[in-house]
Write a protein that binds this ligand. Structure first.
Ligand SMILES: Nc1nc2c(c(=O)[nH]1)N[C@H]1C(S)=C(S)[C@@H](COP(=O)(O)O)O[C@H]1N2
Ligand SMILES: [Mo]
Length: 312
């Protein structure tokens, strides 16, 4: 599903030009009034990121779709709740603790985290387990670059991720919500090191909006959306498969792997097709769901010999 690596597309190629130029003008205005970060790549989220051969050539959803239809249970269970409520979250300063089986554990400031690699634009298909999908132009860098800087020890087998726990700004983080906070996720180490796996800090060349997981979220495009944990504050290298929020809540419906798989239905609905969000006249059109969300060429080998029905 890759494009020709000799000339990777950016969303400028597939976005109506007028919209794109407008956005650039807005961005320039916003930039003029703000102070860019100080590190080598610290301005990553606001500078024009490099195009990537890993981008799909499918047309990205409009920024409005991407930022008004969200799952972010810390801010409410409705799709419109995050856009309404996430604005109150304070994302600066931000620290990511890197812990566990690494040579250099500690608290890393966001600027330092973003300095791990130059920012790239990654236009990825995004498939929620609820059978809707979008195409999203992230700005990010490979998680592997950060893990390599932290120095992964040979005994590490998994990577655990944790979202911020701050009930004063995340109103659903209460004991009565039915969810055990903070939201946690995990990947096998080889999944975490795969070049498609990114930490995203931006969207459409601008810093990530709060409802999208600012200031830093994971994006794993071949897995159901719930694996792509938002507002990451802790990354732990471990030798044991870590607990994950949705698996803990409904283990028979949501597995640890959660690879997009049209052949394995959710107990309550089919996963064979998906509803592509947005598109005006074409809204609500259903398209076939692809194995590994269309990234099989890149990632299927990670699971050779595994029963993908048992390891859902
Ligand atoms: N911390 C946190 N991360 C989260 C979630 C959440 O509720 N809390 N929802 C997940 C789910 S179910 C999906 S589909 C995606 C949605 O990402 P989006 O709102 O940017 O499309 O975020 C995932 N990451
Ligand atoms: Mo989801």
């Amino acid at each position: 599903m890759r494009n020709d690596p000799k000339r990777p597309l950016t969303h400028a190629d597939v976005t109506p030009k007028e919209l794109f130029l407008n956005r650039r003008a807005l961005m320039a205005g916003a930039l003029a009034g703000s102070v860019a970060g100080s590190g080598l790549f610290a301005a990553a989220a606001v500078a024009k990121p490099a195009a990537s051969p890993y981008s799909t050539d499918a047309a990205p959803n409009a920024l409005k779709d991407i930022t008004s239809y969200n799952n972010y249970y810390e801010f409410g269970f409705g799709k419109e709740d995050p856009a309404q409520n996430a604005g109150r979250l304070v994302t600066d300063p931000w620290t990511v603790e890197i812990a566990g089986l690494v040579d250099r554990p500690g608290n890393w400031g966001l600027d330092d985290v973003l300095r791990s690699a130059p920012a790239e634009e990654r236009i990825y298909r995004f498939r929620c387990v609820e059978a809707w999908s979008m195409v999203i132009p992230w700005t990010g860098f490979p998680l592997s670059a950060l893990l390599n800087r932290a120095g992964v020890q040979p005994s590490a087998k998994y990577v655990a991720f944790q979202t911020l726990y701050r009930p004063s700004q995340m109103p659903m983080q209460t004991p009565g919500s039915g969810i055990e906070w903070p939201y946690v996720e995990g990947l096998r180490l080889d999944e975490a090191m795969h070049p498609l796996t990114i930490l995203a800090s931006g969207l459409y060349d601008a810093p990530l909006p709060n409802q999208s997981g600012a200031p830093l979220r994971l994006v794993v495009p071949w897995k159901y959306g719930f694996k792509s944990i938002k507002a990451v504050v802790k990354i732990t290298l471990t030798d044991r498969q870590p607990p994950t929020t949705w698996n803990r809540m409904q283990p028979n419906e949501y597995g640890f792997y959660a690879n997009v798989n049209p052949a394995v239905d959710h107990p309550r609905w089919s996963q064979a097709t998906e509803r592509r969000i947005g598109g005006g006249l074409f809204s609500s059109r259903r398209v076939p769901t692809l194995p590994f969300n269309g990234y099989g060429e890149e990632v299927a080998s990670l699971y050779s010999g595994m029963d993908l029905r048992a390891n859902y």
